[in-house]
Design a protein around this ligand. Structure first.
Ligand SMILES: [Fe+2]
Ligand SMILES: [Fe+2]
Length: 168
């Protein structure tokens, strides 16, 4: 997730626990290992790399970690895993604002405005950016759907399960 929210609409304590873990990761994260980042950039197109480079250090670390997940079977899946949260660059929120936007979105989603609304809407915004960048369908679809329950994904169950496993 790189940001602070993965599948926030689902119930239970899972989203809250994920939020807390991601918060502490985000405040100490200085960005991915340069060698691992170079490996990832080798999988991305020029337009995708340009989007990736606009992500925050914590989001880039999350992207690299996601792409390296052993559940992924090919580079198309790795690129999709890496770029799923790219829509967060549109909102440009820092760590504290992400916490606030995530909590506010959980309580009053229809009241969010401006960059907080954009943050919550990062799946749709990211998918639009990736479509514009000419990304593969799996990359666009996973960005759009990565907060949906797996059963609602339009990807095959095997692919959606692998990509979800990578988003930790
Ligand atoms: Fe994520
Ligand atoms: Fe996300």
């Amino acid at each position: 997730m790189g940001g602070l929210s993965r599948r926030p609409p689902s119930g239970g304590l899972g989203p809250l626990i994920h939020l807390i873990r991601r918060f502490f990761q985000s405040i100490v994260d200085k960005g991915p290992d340069p060698v691992q980042e170079a490996w990832l950039l080798g999988l991305l197109s020029g337009a995708e790399s340009a989007l990736y480079r606009q992500m925050s250090p914590a989001d880039r670390s999350h992207a690299v970690r996601s792409a390296r997940c052993p559940a992924l079977v090919d580079d198309a899946q790795r690129a999709a895993a890496a770029l799923h949260d790219v829509g967060k660059i549109h909102a440009g929120l820092g760590t504290w604002a992400r916490v606030a936007a995530t909590l506010a979105g959980a309580v009053l989603p229809s009241r969010l405005r401006g960059r907080w609304a954009d943050y919550r809407d990062h799946p749709r915004l990211g998918a639009a950016m990736l479509l514009e960048a000419g990304s593969a369908q799996i990359t666009v679809v996973w960005a759009a759907e990565h907060h949906l329950p797996l059963g609602k994904s339009s990807l095959s169950p095997e692919v959606a399960t692998a990509l979800a496993a990578a988003d930790q």
